[in-house]
Design a protein around this ligand. Sequence first.
Ligand SMILES: *Cc1c(COP(=O)(O)O)cnc(C)c1O
Length: 380
Amino acid sequence: MSKPSKIYFSRPHVTAREIELVTSAIASRRLSGDGDFTRACESKLSTLVGAPVLLTNSGTAALDMAAMLAGLKPGDEVILPSFTFSSTANAVVLRGAVPVFVDVDPGTLNIDPRRTAEAVTPRTRAIFVVHYAGVGADMDAIGAIATQHRLLVLEDAAQALGASYRGRPLGTFGDFAGVSFHDTKNVTSGEGGCLIVNRAGRLGEAEVAREKGTNRKAFFRGEVDKYTWVDVGSSYVPSELNAAFLLAQLERLDEINRERVGQWERYMAALAPLQGTGLLRVPHVPPECVHNGHLFYLLLADARAQSDFIAFMRTREITTPFHYVPLHSAPAGRRYGRVHGSMAVTEDIWQRLVRLPIYPGLGADQDRVLDAIQAWVAAR
Ligand SMILES: *Cc1c(COP(=O)(O)O)cnc(C)c1O
């Protein structure tokens, strides 16, 4: 019997349109950023979320900008989940501020509002929420805590483009939000991201931070007659090559998200009935959240089941990775951060979580994934 083909966990969806637009960017000889392709992407994204958007060279860069624009200073504290990517906490640490890790809600794996409220001190400046798997954090509760204590809200919406909470797009609840276009995300430019500027009147500052601290953008609009260094910033502008690729992806955002959501629902329909075995649990999406099919995970019984599942799936050439090692227990998390309260949920779930293949073009291979899961369950 020949070996079955490998099923990846994630694959970018590429068509002739990406090649056409990148070719056209090359032909234009305008390769640096903020040209027609960048503006076209920003305009599409801005229409989608209903707020000003600046393209950045990564999701991480957008989160760094968000922390910079929040005016975080050494000694300030920012409350965030431990179950997230390093970038969320790095953005805080790069400002000299202290990440204060709290536990997540066992249903959504998003920041737990009760733990968040308990973690507020006189030094707290902001709450940094993450919308894990493109499912919104509890923004009603987080918004109430932020209002009560006059805190800023920052959103790591890296996984959340096209998802909403009570009908409002994720990425529009915080003062600033970062989205990622890394090639594991729903739409991609290889590496890329964008900053959503929800704070009225702060777009100018964001433009300066993004352009190495200069007022270059204002200069090109004819608002100043020379451009110069006006504030702190860095190089966060992506190349037109990346923007051209991204534009082709954004043209298909609805199509891509629809296909992913279709696969997500298929996993849900097939796997939710297996919860009765006690061997696995499927994701929980609160009724106020519309997700974007970014990822479908399973929570297995324990750490042994996780490694056993991953190894079993690998024998069938199916990639089902685990996810974050909690930041509070990571070497840098211990050095730069602090924990508030019990981390019981985080410490439990990361050892039991596996992610299933989901991407446009997965097609009939989804049957192979489902068959393999059925076989794994049956063998237990
Ligand atoms: C992908 C991701 C990031 C980082 O985005 P990059 O574009 O890879 O820099 C940050 N936070 C979360 C939650 C992510 O999923």
